[in-house]
Design a protein around this ligand. Structure first.
Ligand code: GPU
Length: 840
């Protein structure tokens, strides 16, 4: 063969460099390369979306290289792995975060600028992956970031929903939902692995037989089966070579299942069945903190859990050739009860498929699983009807009965004759036709550790919701106060503030958030305060421009930005915030010269599509906005903006611009909250009740830097016990009466006095969440906020101290605690190695 003398010898090296290199030159070449060969475009044809895809792919190349190295290292070191099972992962956009975690955000920005391209504009072309509802799904995403950053071997397992959380539109003040077609332009971040597809069974019946060794065995003959195809997304740590994966399962019809129908000549029937199977991963259920007892939801849960456990077992056997040490090498975390069917499924796999005996299987299962509870609301506790359960998962129902039989025998020994306690502890609730499987009880019995997500929440679990389990096994209970990742929630979301902080105290805070304490020394420095204010001001201007563009509302950037963004839920009490707005409105109407602090009230959040009252609250916010924003007599002092389609990307901008954070849930109802942490991290002050993690935030920042309002949890309980009557508060409060009457007379609804009747009736005659009881305290505290805001210097000081004292609320702290106290896993550092030709 002729010698290839024309091609320079460095050909191989150059390809390597384009996929992994971090210099400006190789980044530039990588982006051009991906533009050409990924998108099939040159700079003449390329759209901004093409450029976005080329940047995303260039980052993915760099991460895949590190992913391979990470996987190799974990195998070489026989590492124990954390498996985080969650029905939701609310990741937000990946590309900016990858640039940040690879440490090349500025460099790539510079490279693009040289070609007249603006990185930040291109990053907005990424369709946000919204595979979660709210706090629970976002927590899973923050935890994946921290696991990788702490160099912990970990896999996130979930569902690749074709439609994520719906897109919210506001039409005539009402919420309308549109499907979130997030995959329609392709997903640069995922890699499918069809060779690891996994079969999942549904329905049918079980048969017992005695095997050749004389052992009693059970065979599950399903009615149909479905395949799960895994799709992997790389999860990079910040400033380390560790790249973990998020593995999401897509449902596809299995051929076996289709063949019968095809053979019978029923072509269309077979295709219809195919569609039925593929429904499983079609759409995320849009309920937050409530359950929808739909069959498809249980199918989703079992589908992804079965795929994930089979995947864990497949890799474990490949590596160790035995399942005896499964619990020594795997920690499986249940993100609420949604994946708790995994306890019965692991038992089934160990016993029926891998022929293990019950005792050993149970020992391994109990030592693999740990369970995080995320709510105290009774309507969020999952209970599946035994009928449905038996129809869909007949073998699992048998296993659950057996677990329950053995468990209750132990309970009986410990509490002889205490039948009420036994009934409460049972995995099965009720009698006869409406018997239910209690998934929280299954999770408690099958797990080695059970945790709440804030100190108060864990205490209430022990005293209340899970009291019997706590008395039975107190050593299982542990608190793990939530945390949020400072990479997304400060470094990426608030570049101005991040730069100032790094300038002053160095960059160690990015992976050690306690370092922020060093900002305290500048809290009294006039120059620093000035810069701190200017940054908040600039962020407010950006948000004001967004509001002007989207809502056509002009807001005063010198007004207090008072923000409540979160899912719409009665217990979160957006309505109490509205009552305050109307109170201020009335004060100005009563006395036009009243010296009222100008405020901009910003709301955002989705209501579950079937939650009528929550949707009516959105309508009320928009109706109040329409009246208040246009009233010339207010002279622009009050503005209300409801930002539609609140999501992760929007929230990053909102936290950066917020000055007052509304955390006003009824005490004892919000398990933790995590938005509360993101606000304070970005220098907003909190007005809040003693609920969830607010309690701990206040402890950290100091009571003098926190605006406390409302009843405490014991006071709420007492009031409820003695018989709460909202009328008592209403009749004695003229300002409150004025507010309610204004809504009632149709002032915000073009004279329609019926529109908001359901809200008013629920307040006046029931008021489950005690808004009236907390009204005066809330108003008084808001008045203190207004006074404090006028002391500009002191407000800035409090703002600095809030940021400086947020160290505890890093998800790195939370995850290190999980690692030490629940999972017993250690960091596994990963080296970066270039390929060599020997790798072929
Ligand atoms: N949470 Br359960 C959800 O977002 N969705 C749910 O279905 C359930 C809980 C939230 C809690 O409401 C919130 O207080 C907590 O901070 C968050 O989970 C993460 O733990």
């Amino acid at each position: 063969a002729p010698q290839d003398t024309q091609v320079p010898d460095s050909g191989l090296v150059r390809v390597e460099d384009d996929r992994t290199g971090m210099s400006e030159q190789s980044l530039k070449r990588a982006i051009v390369d991906n533009l050409h060969y990924g998108q099939g475009k040159d700079n003449y044809f390329a759209t901004p979306y093409d450029y976005y895809m080329a940047i995303a792919r260039s980052m993915r190349d760099r991460l895949i290289k590190r992913r391979i190295q990470t996987a190799r290292t974990h195998i070489q070191e026989d590492s124990k792995v954390v498996y985080y099972l969650s029905a939701e992962f609310l990741m937000g956009r990946y590309t900016g975060n990858s640039l940040i975690n690879l440490g090349i955000y500025e460099r790539v920005r510079k490279v693009l600028r040289e070609s007249g391209l603006e990185l930040d504009d291109l990053l907005e072309k990424e369709h946000e992956p919204g595979l979660g509802n709210g706090g629970l799904g976002r927590l899973a995403a923050c935890y994946l970031d921290s696991l990788a950053t702490l160099e912990i071997p970990a896999v996130g397992y979930g569902i690749r929903y074709e439609f994520g959380i719906f897109e919210q539109e506001i039409r005539n003040g009402w919420q309308a939902e549109r499907p979130d077609k997030w995959l329609s332009f392709g997903n640069a971040w995922e890699v499918s692995l069809p060779e690891y597809r996994t079969e999942v069974k549904f329905g049918g019946h079980t048969e017992s037989y005695t095997d050749t060794k004389g052992r009693y065995q059970t065979n599950w003959i399903p009615e149909h089966t479905v395949f799960g195809i895994p799709y992997d997304t790389p999860i990079p740590g910040y400033g380390v070579n560790t790249v973990n994966i998020l593995r999401l399962w897509k449902a596809e019809s299995s051929n076996e299942f289709d063949l019968d129908a095809f053979n019978a000549g029923d072509y269309l029937g077979a295709v219809a069945n195919k569609m039925f199977s593929e429904n499983i991963s079609k759409v995320l259920y849009p309920n937050d903190d409530t359950v929808q007892g739909k069959e498809l939801r249980l199918e989703q849960q079992y589908f992804f859990v079965s795929c994930s456990l089979q995947d864990i077992i497949r890799r474990h056997i490949y590596h160790y050739n035995s399942l005896d040490n499964l619990h020594e090498k795997s920690a499986i975390q249940l993100n609420d009860t949604h994946p708790s069917i995994g306890i019965a499924e692991l038992m089934r796999l160990l016993i029926d498929v891998h022929q293990m005996d019950w005792e050993q299987a149970w020992h391994i299962t109990q030592n693999c699983f740990a369970y995080t509870n995320h709510t105290l609301l009774p309507e969020a506790l999952e209970r599946w009807s035994v009928n449905l359960f038996g129809r869909l998962l007949p073998r699992h129902l048998e296993i659950i009965y057996e677990i329950n039989f053995r468990f209750l025998s132990e309970v009986r020994k410990r509490y002889p004759g205490d039948n009420e306690r036994i009934a409460r502890l049972s995995l099965i609730e009720g009698e006869g036709a409406d018997k239910k499987v209690r998934m929280a009880n299954l999770a408690c019995v099958g797990s080695r550790k059970i945790n709440g997500v804030a100190a108060l929440h864990t205490k209430l679990l022990q005293q209340d919701v899970l009291r019997d389990f706590y008395e039975l096994a107190p050593e299982k209970f542990i608190n793990k106060t939530n945390g949020v990742t400072p990479r997304r929630w400060l470094l990426l979301g608030n570049p101005r503030l991040s730069n100032l902080i790094t300038e002053k105290i160095g960059e160690a805070w990015i992976t050690n958030l306690d370092e922020l304490r060093k900002l305290e020394q500048f809290a009294d420095d006039p120059q620093f305060r000035q810069t701190w204010r200017e940054i908040k001001q600039a962020n407010k201007q950006d948000l004001a421009a967004y509001i002007e563009r989207k809502n056509h509302i002009q807001v005063d950037t010198n007004s207090l930005f008072d923000v409540q963004v979160k899912r719409l839920h009665e217990y979160k009490r957006q309505l109490l915030n509205v009552l305050h707005i109307i109170t201020l409105y009335n004060r100005i109407k009563r006395n036009p010269n009243e010296d009222i602090l100008p405020r901009t009230f910003i709301f955002g959040g989705k209501a579950a599509p079937g939650y009528f009252i929550a949707k009516l609250i959105i309508k009320l916010i928009n109706s109040v906005a329409a009246v208040v924003n246009d009233d010339p007599s207010l002279e622009g002092r009050l503005k209300v903006a409801f930002l539609s389609n609140y999501n992760v990307s929007m929230s990053q901008q909102i936290y950066a611009a917020a000055e007052l954070s509304e955390q006003i849930s009824t005490a004892g109802k919000e398990a933790s909250g995590t938005g509360n942490m993101k606000f304070a991290l970005n220098g907003a002050l909190t007005i809040g009740t003693l609920d969830g993690a607010n309690v701990e935030i206040r402890e950290e920042v100091g009571a003098e830097n926190f605006f406390l309002c409302g009843l405490t949890t014991p006071e709420v309980y007492e009031l409820k016990a003695k018989g709460y009557n909202p009328q008592e508060y209403y009749q004695s409060n003229s300002e409150l009466q004025e507010v309610i009457r204004l809504i009632a007379c149709g002032h915000f609804s073009d004279g329609d006095s019926q529109l908001f009747r359901p809200l008013l009736d629920s307040l006046l005659y029931n008021d489950k969440y005690m808004l009236f009881a907390d009204y005066q305290s809330y108003i008084d505290t808001q008045d203190r906020v207004s006074q404090a805001y006028r002391q500009e210097d002191n407000w800035t000081r409090m703002s600095i101290l809030n940021t400086a004292r947020m160290g505890k609320f890093s998800s790195d702290r939370a995850i290190s605690e999980y690692c030490k106290e629940i999972w017993h896993v250690e960091p596994v550092p990963v080296e970066f190695k270039e390929y060599s030709p020997e790798d072929m």
